[in-house]
Design a protein around this ligand. Sequence first.
Ligand code: FAD
Length: 387
Amino acid sequence: MTVSSPRNYDVVVAGGGIVGTACALAFAKTGMHVALIERDILGGGATAAGMGHIVVMDDSEAQFALTRRSQQLWQSLSSSLPDAAEYEATGTLWVAADDEEYAEAERKHANLKERSIPSRMLSSAELASLEPNLRTGLAGGLLVSDDAVVYPPVVALHLARELQALSSHVLLGRSITSFGHGEAILDDGAVLRAPRLVNALGAHAPALTPGIPVKKRKGHLAITDRYPGFVRHQLVELGYLKSAHSISSDSVAFNVQPRKTGQILIGSSRQYGAEDPDVNHAILSRMLQRAQLYMPGISSLSVIRIWTGFRAATPDKLPLIGASLSDSTLCLATGHEGLGITTALATAEILACTFSGSQPPIPPEPYLPSRFETSQQTAEPIHQETA
Ligand SMILES: Cc1cc2nc3c(=O)[nH]c(=O)nc-3n(C[C@H](O)[C@H](O)[C@H](O)COP(=O)(O)OP(=O)(O)OC[C@H]3O[C@@H](n4cnc5c(N)ncnc54)[C@H](O)[C@@H]3O)c2cc1C
């Protein structure tokens, strides 16, 4: 994309991942003149590394509100997406290996039902008939039918094109070296000025806004050759509860996704303190073994590519959306951990409403960066995680 370079904008957005592109477009739609800056390629960061599972999560009211609202926005957007975005309402099938996990599926079912989210419990036999390649002897599951999958980098590109069609600017191959107090300074020395700046750099956000509580959380994924019908829903194990989601140790979980191409994405892993992007073969092998435990036939499929990516993790597992404390021109849109594809659209909506002085459809307070102003991070609650 080519760009002319006027220096003054209404808002400058740093980062052309799914969050930055969604934010930039939402601002432009309210009439703002926007500059979106991406140092590499659009959607090439965590957005390309992620699974693209759009999932309603219910660990907390705040997480539920953000994921549900965003899922509704995805549903509205889906009809205008290009075919290459591979949006598909596969539903999520939460797999219960034993009675304890089945009880957790029932809890989740009741919770979702109370909130009018379509879901249904599956017996062991129903689970086997919906997903014949799962191993026998599983206790059952929960099918959440509104959940979907998408290929996120194509969506980021699509949103950026829409942004350009609204006469806003996309600056590619330019790295921001300084970001604050109404100014974005680029590596070629250009200075862009705006009364509002939005840091949407994902796991890189602290590089331009030091001190924010965002840590890198590395993940691995593998993708197979084409095996249409081998997996039919996004499948996620409910077994996280047993490991209680330690935020300090490495973990793997069974999480597989059917792509429209017939390929199967196999995930996932989580590691703190691993800053290098190299594939860690010990973790990868644990991840694949976990997948084989649930789907023995996976071992006979051909894996054609493996990669890693970095989630942007916060201490309370909610993103940072809203004004930064230290700089009145600066807003954050980061910290989405393993839900940034799901929640990008609602993140953008919250900030666009805030900027235009209207009330967002969901309360924005739980996501405000100011929550880390005080020492409110007490006990670590138990969380479920997907990819
Ligand atoms: C293995 C894995 C699986 C996942 N699965 C899912 C899933 O199934 N569902 C889900 O909802 N989420 C998932 N996620 C999370 C999701 O991918 C992320 O939350 C989301 O992509 C974050 O998007 P972003 O735009 O904030 O960050 P990014 O996509 O990382 O975008 C940030 C951009 O900023 C650019 N940048 C960095 N520094 C600069 C600079 N100085 N100047 C200019 N540009 C800069 C980068 O090049 C990058 O393109 C997964 C993540 C991983 C790692």
